[in-house]
Ligand binder design. Structure first.
Ligand SMILES: [Zn+2]
Ligand SMILES: [Zn+2]
Length: 340
């Protein structure tokens, strides 16, 4: 079969590799849609704990084409999405129900062959049925699952409260929809790009603000007393540092975007103390894929408007370059197997 391979950091090949065979507890999927994520860029650059060579791709959906002999819940022809995380279930973190911190964490597309290929073998335990979802919606289950895990960290939200999100990319706008569902009365979204703010408006943003010289005044005008929830979905340390300017007393700050590991910001501990601020992080997902499927299926979280570009697997290099070098795209999707 054809697959994208990162043989080592900094190298990308599209080449023939052996077709996967299912282990007894695995199925083989024909990959139908597979989203490119910023994490894939970090893996390519060698900035993320991956093992090489690797077939990347951890946000994908597909059709079951072969099942291992112990597989019970899925059969050939089933439509599924994949939770890419494999936990050891025996380390101290796993035994404390904190599997996303598993000391032996492995993931499809990071340590094991992932979704930028024609076929991939996946454990039955990592599959979620996606009846009623499109293939591309299925490929968005993983990022929505990460956002649901983030909401679990900061819940409960203040009913009728006000939210502010920096970053109108796919993750920012998935979070926005979750917060509106979860009871905030307004969510304001900030971005550098007009066309992304337009998508935010179409998906229900209460206010959108362009990140220009007028941004500060505009945000103060919208909420003079500050926002109850301020979320970073940019991964830019400067933006994260600025969040404290806009959070209300006793407000919550969620660092969702992935900042460079060695970056540092300056905050006032006195301000955190005096204003009773609450700072949250959120890493990966934790058994939230099934709820992500439900949210997408019900239409409460709309993901198709977040997809801006589609490429076949053969044009992966072009798609990856676009994702790396151009700030304009939203989600870039690799489609295959006649998914269109
Ligand atoms: Zn991802
Ligand atoms: Zn573990």
């Amino acid at each position: 079969m054809k697959a994208v391979v990162f043989p080592e950091p900094g190298r990308l090949e599209i080449r023939e590799v052996p077709d996967p065979k299912p282990a007894p507890d695995e199925v083989v999927l024909e990959v139908k849609a597979s989203g490119i994520c910023a994490t894939d860029i970090h893996i390519f650059l060698g900035e993320f704990i991956a093992t090489y060579p690797v077939i990347p791709g951890h946000e994908f959906s597909g059709e079951v084409v072969e099942v291992g002999r112990e597989v019970r819940r899925f059969k050939v022809g089933d439509r599924v999405a994949v939770d890419p995380c494999i936990y050891c279930h025996s380390c101290p973190a796993c035994r404390s129900h904190e599997e996303n911190f598993c000391h032996n964490l492995k993931a499809y597309g990071i340590h094991l062959s992932g979704g930028f290929a024609e076929y991939v073998a996946v454990k039955e335990s990592n599959l979620y049925g996606i009846e009623g979802l499109s293939w591309e919606e299925g490929a968005m289950v993983e990022p929505v699952g990460c956002a649901v895990h983030g909401l679990n960290q900061i819940a409960p939200l203040k009913p009728g409260g006000h939210g502010l999100i920096f970053g109108a990319g796919p993750i920012g706008l998935i979070n926005m929809q979750l917060y509106l569902n979860a009871g905030l009365s307004t969510v304001t979204v900030v971005d550098l790009m007009e066309h992304k703010l337009k998508i935010a408006e179409e998906l229900g943003a209460t206010y959108t603000v362009l990140a220009d010289d007028d941004m500060d005044g505009r945000l103060k005008e919208i909420r003079p007393e500050g926002f109850d929830l301020v979320v970073d979905a940019t991964g830019n340390p400067k933006v994260v540092e600025s969040m404290f300017r806009y959070v209300a007393d006793r407000g919550k700050l969620l660092f969702f975007g992935v900042c460079p590991p060695d970056s540092r910001i300056s905050i006032s501990p006195y301000e955190v103390y005096k204003r009773e601020l609450k700072i949250y992080g959120s890493f990966s997902l934790l058994y939230t894929a099934s709820r992500a499927v439900e949210l997408i299926r019900s239409g409460r979280v709309k993901v198709e408007p977040l997809i801006s570009h589609r490429f076949p697997l053969e044009r992966f290099e072009e798609a990856f370059r676009l994702k790396r070098e151009d700030p304009n795209p939203m989600k870039v999707m690799i489609t295959g197997g006649g998914a269109g």
